[in-house]
Design a protein. Structure first.
Length: 569
């Protein structure tokens, strides 16, 4: 009797624990407080990011196989100006220079991705392992560690081996789960003694929606209303499998962690006193972040996704929901497969309900029954979708805390772009963006959100997917028209450096001087960049252009001398 009673109490207690892991997010409280001067906890990790296809170039060098992005960019009209990532920043050959830049900024970590077809050209481990590809990543990792920069490694930042797309239909096919697991296992085997932070997927929302629903991204499939859900289903399974592989085979030896990186915008109710707006905003987030985070942290798709997609599928006369279903075994296999959450975040939308009659818009977007709005007063210096709304970041971080049991969070992407026409290295708006977003993250830390690190997106200007090279997110400007791909520091490099060295925002007087000081240094970089068309065809001694008065003088006199000589001949 006593035993049974204890057991019952235990069950009730366990139930309470389970339920209390998920708190309610308070939608009605949106404090937009003033700037907060304080610092981050000791040990907070500062970094910058890149991804293989966006940065490496060397698309067909040293035995690399073709990826879906190599194939997609070859189709005319898919990418702005038909740009490709064939050479991009030439990161494959210039990674040593780039580590020098990271060291100069005193970065604690660098997040980058491994190109699957660089290591497994056909995608399959059983067919051929490209040792030259392995060697490239080994060298990169070793040099990072030699410079005390922690590698945070992403296994999949969108560049699926093209042969897996051709043979199996890519992420539409469940066989990807095993192939991806083989690739990940190989990475753990070869690099796991040095790499302690693994991220399975970067931004699976984008892979699913833009790759298989709208077709704006590789592989360019337009399977409206089904493709994205199917791709996501397989990605979630693949993530879980890789986590279990690490857990079973490597964790005890290598002592690392495996997470996933989810990118999502914040959705704010248009009217926080209106229950229907609140529900629509929550739906927006559940269809975005929750689609992946809820199965991984809580065991199944968000109830609201099941309800909405299920109902609409019924109205469309389908026998089953377009949202696939996890079996009970799969749910428990997937639940809890995240040692830390990588979070990518850039912007915010206002949300209000909007009814999409079924049949009309049989798509992921119509399934949500909502409208997205922006405030025209929000600054939007770069990409047309990217408005600067710093308070949304704090809201997002607090949402993560309440919904998923306050997991360990590494911000894996946050930053802002500028339009192509802008060749001004004094990027005042980017400094403002970083200052305000990082400050909101600091407030979130004060709120109790377990944020351990921050990654500025991105280290370098790089290939911005369907936008080609027209949108620049880099701390460093890259001159893509010059075959040496020189890097020039924008003012935000200096600004970010100061945030890093102060581990936050120590006091008003100091912080207010940072922008001014940063702008002072970028004037000379601007001059160097302006001289680039004159000197671009020369072989550079060093291709990292760090503007000191002496380098500027030497370069300008070289140009002057060249004109003189030309005049004589
Ligand atoms: C998130 C993606 O992961 C990254 O590759 C991209 O450059 C940024 N968003 C900016 O669009």
């Amino acid at each position: 009797m006593l035993q049974r009673c204890i057991l019952r109490t235990y069950h009730v207690f366990a139930l309470v624990l389970c339920v209390s892991a998920r708190e309610d997010f308070d939608w009605t409280k949106n404090e937009k407080t003033s700037f907060y001067y304080s610092t981050f906890p000791t040990g907070f990790s500062w970094g910058a990011g890149s991804s293989a296809y966006q940065t490496e170039g060397a698309w067909n060098i040293d035995g690399k196989g073709m990826s879906i992005w190599d194939a997609f960019t070859r189709k005319k009209g898919k990418i702005f100006l038909n740009d490709t990532g064939d050479t991009s920043c030439d990161g494959y050959n210039k990674f040593k220079d780039d580590i020098t830049l990271m060291k100069d900024m005193k970065l604690n970590h660098y997040r980058f991705s491994i190109s699957w077809p660089r290591i497994l050209p056909s995608g399959l481990k059983s067919e051929h392992i490209n040792e030259k590809g392995i060697k490239y990543y080994e060298d990169l990792i070793n040099m990072l560690l030699d410079n005390k920069i922690t590698p945070i490694v992403i296994l999949y930042h969108w560049d699926l081996p093209q042969l897996l797309q051709e043979k199996y239909g890519g992420w539409q096919n469940v066989t990807m789960v095993n192939y991806f697991n083989d690739f990940a296992n190989l990475c753990f085997e070869r690099f796991g003694h040095k790499v302690k932070y693994w991220i399975t997927f970067n931004n699976p929302w984008s892979i699913a929606v833009e790759g298989y629903e709208t077709g704006e991204h590789a592989p360019g499939m337009k399977l409206k209303g089904t493709g994205a859900y199917k791709a996501a289903h397989h990605i979630i399974k693949a993530h879980a499998k890789v986590w279990h592989t690490y857990d079973m085979q490597w964790r005890s030896k290598q002592k690392g962690m495996v997470g996933i990186s989810l990118t999502a915008d914040w959705g704010e109710p248009v009217d926080i006193t209106n229950q229907r707006d609140i529900e629509a905003a929550e739906r927006y987030i559940q269809f975005y972040l929750g689609w992946f985070a809820t199965p991984i942290f809580n065991g199944d798709y968000p109830q609201v996704m099941k309800d909405y997609i299920g109902r609409k599928s019924g109205q469309q006369g389908l026998g089953a929901s377009r949202l696939p279903v996890f079996s009970p075994q799969e749910k428990s296999y997937i639940k809890g497969t995240c040692d830390f959450l990588g979070l990518g975040h850039f912007t915010t939308r206002y949300i209000t309900p909007k009814n999409y009659p079924s049949g009309l818009g049989d798509s992921y977007f119509a399934d949500r029954d909502l409208a997205e709005l922006v405030d025209p007063k929000w600054p939007d210096p770069g990409s047309e979708w990217l408005y600067s709304v710093p308070w949304g970041f704090r809201r997002m971080l607090n949402f993560v805390k309440t919904q998923y049991g306050n997991p360990m969070v590494y911000v894996t992407e946050n930053g802002v772009s500028e339009k192509m026409v802008c060749t001004d290295l004094c990027d005042d708006w980017r400094m403002q963006y970083f200052k305000d977003y990082i400050n909101e993250m600091l407030k979130a830390v004060k709120d109790g959100v377990n944020v351990k690190g921050y990654t500025a997106w991105s280290l370098l200007d790089n290939f911005e997917w369907d936008e080609g090279f027209s949108e620049r997110f880099g701390l460093y400007y890259v001159d893509f028209s010059n075959k040496n791909k020189p890097r020039y520091p924008k003012a935000s490099v200096q600004f970010y450096k100061r945030i890093i060295s102060s581990n936050g925002f120590p006091n008003q007087r100091e912080v207010e001087s940072w922008k001014r000081k940063a702008v002072e240094t970028c004037a000379s970089s601007n001059q160097l960049l302006a001289a680039d068309p004159l000197i671009g065809h020369m072989e550079m001694v060093s291709e990292i252009v760090i503007p000191t008065v002496s380098t500027l003088c030497i370069l300008l006199s070289a140009v002057f001398l060249m004109f003189l000589l030309r005049g004589r001949i």
